[in-house]
Design a protein around this ligand. Sequence first.
Ligand code: PLP
Length: 376
Amino acid sequence: MKFDTRAVHAGGEPDAETGAVAPPIHLSSTFRHSPEGPRGDELLYQRSDNPTQQRLETALAALDGAENALFFGSGIAACAAALQMLPGNGRLVVQTDCYNGFQAQVRHFAERWGWRVDWVDLADPAAAEAALREPAQLVWAETPSNPLLRLVDLPKLAELSHAAGALLLVDGTFATPALQQPLALGADVVLHSATKYMGGHSDVLGGVLCFAKDGTAAHNARVARELVGLHASPFAAWMVLRGLRSLGCRIERHSRNAAKVATFLESHPAVGAVHYPGLASSPWHELAKAQMRDFGGMLSIQLRGGKEAALKVAGALQLFVNATSLGGCESLVEWRRGVEGKTPRSPEDLLRISVGLEDPDDLIADLSQALDKVSA
Ligand code: PLP
């Protein structure tokens, strides 16, 4: 079955009891079990597992081609579980331009727990190769990356990671399984913030780990969810399952809109650089064509007028909302440095844009009036 068909049907069988076509939400915190305790696949307690989450995980595994999928209370909770899925004290190779919340997590926890952490530009094949001449336990990649939309060559990185004895984890939040299938390209684990495109409406938090093999790493991540309390509510699981139904067609429209917006931005004199892998001028275009089905709804720009121009444009936009996050129906803009805390890493002149599902002509008109205010 093709992706869009799986997205509509996986985990969506009519309710066995009532025939309801929309999946029910089971809010029960506890489940009746045999006097001796739960037997076979009897459920015990919502934090360990629950029927709504089970439906969602069936769908998530089907969409990423995984043997096992786990749902969490947020993307960062999925990151925390992933850090606890391995014995620890080993070597962790982390992409330099990965999600800044995960970077903070590594600095606060992984380094304190005795991991040896090496920050490597994994989008640079030579740097990846040099770093993985030494053994490692886990390689953490993000593609496309945030906020510069750089790409990692996944088949190549999978080969290097495995030769170093490491598992390869790919944060595929920006692409979603609709556009990129890291497990089929050799990765061992895929992470998504379901808060973004999977939920799709800026109204739910969730995180996902999908495992190529249902082995020890998956087991340990499940144990971490239960014992550290990284779980989601059944309502959040239901919301994300609902979002997955329309993921394929939303992503198609996000991608089409972003391509039009990126082409417009590239032609505007106030814009010095547009980072979007769908543009023929992007250094990542050929790789994106090889490992993605389309180019997605995220892009960033750098303004010729520097920080002042970036802030002026962000303030002048009327349709784009100044807000963090991405992947919802509405278009968002963000001066990334403003949310990166004490160690900002985005260029001062950069605006990140999550292109929504509005009519692209209206988006372009809004960008045009704002950019014209900073043009010479
Ligand atoms: N990974 C990426 C690429 C993200 O952009 C984010 C959040 O912005 C996360 C992970 C964390 O997800 P959440 O906000 O759902 O905890």
